[in-house]
Design a protein around this ligand. Structure first.
Ligand code: AMP
Ligand code: MG
Length: 427
């Protein structure tokens, strides 16, 4: 079969750190949008959220007990009634009296402290334990066994924050605590950075859908699904995920993709074969920023801009696809989504065994990092590191960054590791 397009000349191979720097220099946070706070989990604040009211808005008891005047000290008090959480108040504590109070109830006027119920004894004057009803309530006496300081067991107005305080600053990532704060502050709509809308394509004539039994020479498409999940994990929105054949008409679908998405990510078709049409298409229709990186796996990884849209063409071997996504696409999506921390943490980890690696480029070996008995992270690779062996990526929580002409890292060596999933304890 004749070439569909002339084979392209090799592009220069650049260092992995330069590649990421070029990417991050060419992407910026997307515009903000205003959304309901209930839909804001995982998003990044674009504008500060300030408190409309103080918290607590009223002096509140932090215990179940009795609201008293601290200066009265220990001794017997007449109980004048009960202040309950959610109650409007109205009680007035005067010298020699106390009001029963529940946690979260407003401190009655006149009272300046709360004695914990554990530090009291009840005298059942009015109704008594056999009289039924509300023992320890109005009409009974309470004996204060331990004196309290002014303000003890009381949360003063504004203890947490004052009206006008900044609750959440731009750049805050909205997790459970932040969503709770928004609810607490009545911030029912928030300004957050828009999530990058991403179109994902796998390419390759050999690919069939996962529900098919592959015929001769065919394999099931896995990259499309792995990439779509990786987009979501990075905070992006998959607007479309499809599959393209190795022909010019199919690859031309990228023209529509770049006009309707914020980012386009493809897998396959970036090697030097005459059927590898993605890189030539990007070069012909846009600007190649880089087309080869000194990394393993993923040397032919390509980054281009077409009509201003960042396009990542990842190599098709499933591990190359996901490792390159981690190294290059994820930081870009995070930056576009407004994240300040766009990179994974880089930890020094101790190798449990020798690891051979490429000597001429940086190799990212898939590994499981655990905290050893002494609390230091130790790493074990996931076995055979072939770039087609997706199993080497499954269960991995780290990518070991291995470099050096010798091509061997030894047991006991400390190497940098990108932590891509939570690290557990035990070795
Ligand atoms: P390519 O980068 O297109 O040369 O593909 C390299 C290798 O990855 C070939 O063995 C492909 O069959 C395989 N491959 C490419 N795309 C996919 C995909 N979407 N799912 C699974 N394997 C793929
Ligand atoms: Mg291919």
């Amino acid at each position: 079969m004749p070439p569909l397009r002339a084979p392209h000349a090799p592009t220069p191979e650049i260092p992995v750190d330069d590649a990421l720097a070029l990417i991050l220099a060419s992407v910026a946070p997307l515009p903000a949008e205003r959304i309901p706070f209930t839909q804001a989990a995982g998003r990044v604040l674009a504008a500060p959220v300030t408190a409309r009211e103080a918290m607590p808005p009223f002096a509140a008891s932090s215990r179940d007990g009795y609201a008293v005047i601290a200066a009265d000290g220990i001794g017997t008090r007449r109980v004048i009634g009960e202040a309950v959480a959610g109650g409007a108040g109205g009680l007035v504590v005067t010298a020699g009296t106390a009001a029963r109070i529940t946690t979260g109830a407003p401190l009655p006027a006149g009272a300046d402290a709360v004695v914990m119920v554990e530090d009291t004894e009840r005298n059942f004057v009015a109704r008594g334990p056999d009289g039924g009803g509300d023992v320890g309530g109005a009409g009974d006496d309470v004996v204060v066994l331990r004196a309290v300081e002014v303000g003890e067991n009381v949360r003063p107005v504004g203890q947490d924050y004052a009206a006008g305080d900044v609750l959440l600053a731009p750049g805050a990532v909205l997790g459970p605590a932040e969503i709770g704060l928004l609810a607490s502050g009545g911030a029912i709509e928030v300004d957050v950075f828009r999530r990058p809308r991403v179109i994902v394509y796998s390419t390759g004539d050999e690919l069939v859908e996962p529900d098919r039994t592959p015929g001769p020479g065919q394999i099931r498409d896995s990259n499309r699904f792995a990439m779509a999940e990786a987009v979501k994990e990075a905070g992006g929105e998959v607007v479309f995920a499809g599959r393209l054949g190795d022909n010019a008409d199919d690859v031309d679908a990228l023209a529509a993709a770049v006009t309707s998405a914020d980012v386009v990510v493809t897998s396959g078709g970036v090697s030097m074969g005459h059927m590898d049409l993605v890189k030539p298409w990007l070069a012909a229709n846009g600007t190649l920023v880089f087309g080869r990186v000194r990394t393993k796996p993923g040397k032919p990884v390509t980054f281009a801009r077409v009509g201003g849209t960042p396009c990542f063409a990842l190599p098709g071997f499933p591990v190359s696809t996901l490792v390159c996504f981690e190294l290059f696409v994820r930081p870009a999506l995070r930056a576009m989504g407004g994240h300040i921390d766009v990179r994974r943490p880089l930890w020094p980890v101790t190798l449990v065994h020798d690891v051979a690696h490429a000597g001429d480029r940086v190799e990212f070996a898939r590994a499981v990092v655990k905290l050893g008995a002494d609390g230091r992270p130790v790493a074990r690779t996931t076995g055979f590191q072939g770039s087609g062996r997706l199993l080497s990526m499954a269960g991995a929580n780290a990518l070991l960054r291995l470099e050096g002409a010798e091509g061997l890292a030894r047991a006991g060596d400390v190497v940098p590791a990108l932590i891509i999933a939570p690290v557990g304890g035990g070795s």
